[in-house]
Ligand binder design. Structure first.
Ligand SMILES: [Zn+2]
Length: 297
């Protein structure tokens, strides 16, 4: 059955677009009067630079919620990209670990060789992920090929992305909030104009906390995010329309308070919270559920 060959683009508020990359990742393009902002870049399976250029003539900043492959894979289409310092470090420690496990990679690499080998690893992981998500349901809806994910020559220049910063797009300001938990340097964005929170993988119903932060640290981070809750009405995450599902909307309001509550109960070892052991991508993780949110840690 032939599927859709291009990412789905949907206007979720005035001059605010969700881009669904073949059921894998969600990116967001916010267009102001002077500049545009692209939040996240997917796996690279979609030529995002071309897509953005078709959508706006304005200069476009690119910022990443975090450094996981399904958010950073397309960053190489752009010359410079904002990413928190902590996740720049996290990215390289993850890639170095992968490289150290490969038998054919020499132990001593020049910076250029390390960059090239790191990009090759990233491309392989992106292709694997694209294939996996395809089999989970994306192939039923989309007609894409993991082999089309390009092997890039260079990483973009990374610019630091820290809380307190804001992107001034002309008539709209987009604030950066530190939301570590899913990764050590996770960042979320609050758009003043649309009153939308763009939270990447930091605040969703299936919260994965096995990438360098404790449940306690995540609890602190989510409580910090909650302090800004009067500034947003909707929360768009990094994976709307996951695996070909027909969903293109905000997660429910309950997700943030439920995420805080499940983290609190696990941290304080509240008697009624049940944790289970499960297998996730070959790793054993603990899970706990409260209301709308499951955490894996
Ligand atoms: Zn992630």
């Amino acid at each position: 059955m032939p599927g859709m060959k291009l990412p789905i683009v949907a206007e979720i508020a005035k001059n605010t677009y969700a881009i669904n990359e073949f059921g894998m990742s969600a990116m967001y393009l916010l267009i102001g009067t002077k500049r545009a902002l692209l939040i996240d870049t997917g796996t690279g399976a979609a030529d995002l630079k071309k897509l953005v250029e078709e959508m706006t003539d304005l200069p476009c900043d690119v910022a990443l919620t975090h450094s996981h492959l399904d958010h950073i894979g397309g960053a190489m289409y752009f010359p410079r990209v904002y990413l928190s310092k902590a996740d720049q470090t996290f990215l390289w420690s993850s890639l170095d670990e992968e490289l150290s496990e490969l038998p054919d990679v020499p132990r001593e690499l020049s910076p250029q060789e390390r960059e090239k080998a790191g990009l090759k690893c990233l491309q392989a992981s992106c292709r694997q992920y694209a294939e996996y998500l395809g089999r989970c349901g994306s192939y039923d809806v989309f007609d894409y090929c993991p082999e089309n994910i390009p092997l890039f020559e260079h990483f973009p220049e990374f610019l630091d992305l820290e809380e307190g910063m804001a992107f001034d797009l002309g008539d709209r300001l987009v604030r950066v909030i530190a939301t570590p938990g899913h990764t050590p340097g996770g960042r979320s964005f609050i758009d003043e104009q649309s009153r939308i929170l763009f939270s990447g993988d930091a605040c969703n119903p299936n919260l994965l906390l096995m990438f360098g932060c404790t449940v306690e640290e995540t609890l602190e981070s989510l409580r910090h995010l909650q302090k800004f809750s009067s500034e947003f009405d909707r929360n768009f995450t990094g994976h709307i329309g996951y695996a070909g599902r027909n969903v293109l909307c905000s997660v429910p309001d309950r997700v943030l308070p439920d995420a805080i509550e499940v983290c609190r109960q696990v941290t304080e070892q509240v008697a009624q919270i049940k944790t289970e052991e499960n297998s996730l991508s070959g790793e054993t993780v603990k899970t706990a559920v409260y209301g709308t949110v499951k955490i894996s840690f």
